[in-house]
Write a protein that binds this ligand. Structure first.
Ligand SMILES: [Zn+2]
Length: 320
């Protein structure tokens, strides 16, 4: 018999197809209505209902950056923060990088990673759905860019020696379909680098877990399941040192059918029940992260004073 925690839903999980799920949230981080389900078969969280492709396209072309960052172009402190993240990603990927391109940075955002990859010596194409940010990448950073979605990129634009998609998959209602698209664009020995927020991260305020633009939420195990279902093999897939994000590096391989994770339902149910505001505030890691954030704001304020342009800053940023 099904416990109270488990229920059959009308929608099915876009990763494993199961209808067995529990409600993990009824509100988004802005306290607006948003139902989020946790699949008790594979552990993927998903918004319910998922928006239509037409709604998504209109939102990402014009709205998303304004809603998320409050600006149509990045400000200096956004560039400083994104540049450090881009450098971390470059150093993480260095042991795996091909000697030559071309490299596709899908969902390039404000283009810092694409810029550093070009500095590293690879031919880079940035793909960015937002009109304002695509223009910024082209005009301010001088990086070749295509404005649009992964589905808009013709197969003839590949094959790419590598594709990066950082904080992209959580915005896609069908992540296996998106990963399969990347696979068709990759060279046979190409590299796929993925970064997504970690849904298993315990040190986040329960009220801040669900962003309305994040349609699905991964942990390391089900990111691997999604990649394997799309025809990739894992080189590396793990949580970051602070646990907040999942990093995955994959290469093309055979496609696998998705099987439920053994014992997932019980573990996931316990994890979901264990989250509470009180537990969040007594966590030493939460206070440690808060102090790091305050120090980072001070650092960014100092550096912003001397900031001249994004291109100058990224050109002079030490890469190690
Ligand atoms: Zn599932």
């Amino acid at each position: 018999m099904m416990s109270d925690f488990m229920q059959e839903t009308r929608s099915t999980c876009p990763l494993c197809g199961s209808a067995q799920a529990t409600v993990a949230g009824r509100l988004d981080r802005h306290r607006r209505p948003l139902t989020t389900l946790l699949c008790l078969s594979c552990g993927l969280y998903r918004s319910d209902p998922l928006p239509s492709p037409e709604q998504l396209r209109a939102f990402y072309e014009k709205q998303y950056r304004l809603e998320y960052k409050g600006v149509a172009k990045p400000k200096a402190h956004h560039v400083l923060r994104a540049a450090r993240a881009a450098r971390d990603r470059l150093n993480w990927l260095l042991p795996h990088l091909p000697d030559t391109g071309p490299w596709l940075d899908a969902g390039a955002g404000s283009g810092e990673f694409a810029f550093l990859m070009q500095r590293h010596g690879l031919d880079v194409l940035a793909l960015e759905p937002n009109q304002g940010y695509a223009a910024y990448i082209r005009d301010d950073l001088g990086i070749p860019v295509r404005q649009g979605f992964i589905e808009d990129l013709p197969t003839s634009s590949g094959p790419f020696a590598g594709i990066s998609c950082f904080h992209v998959l959580e915005h896609h209602p069908d992540p296996v379909q998106a990963l399969s698209r990347f696979r068709t664009l990759l060279a046979p020995a190409g590299l796929l680098a993925v970064e997504v927020p970690n849904s298993g991260f315990a040190h986040i305020h329960p009220r801040n877990r669900f962003h309305p633009a994040h349609l699905v939420h991964f942990n390391p195990a089900n990111l691997e399941l999604a990649a394997h279902a799309a025809g990739f093999v894992t080189i590396e897939c793990r949580a970051s040192r602070d646990g907040g994000i999942v990093w995955g590096v994959f290469r093309p391989g055979p496609a696998h059918t998705v099987h439920p994770l053994p014992g997932a339902a019980g573990l996931l149910a316990a994890q979901e029940r264990g989250r509470s505001v009180a537990r969040y505030y007594v966590s030493p890691r939460v206070w440690g992260r808060t102090m790091i954030r305050v120090a980072r704001l001070g650092f960014e304020r100092c550096r912003t004073i001397a900031f001249t342009s994004s291109r100058d800053y990224l050109s002079q940023l030490p890469l190690r």
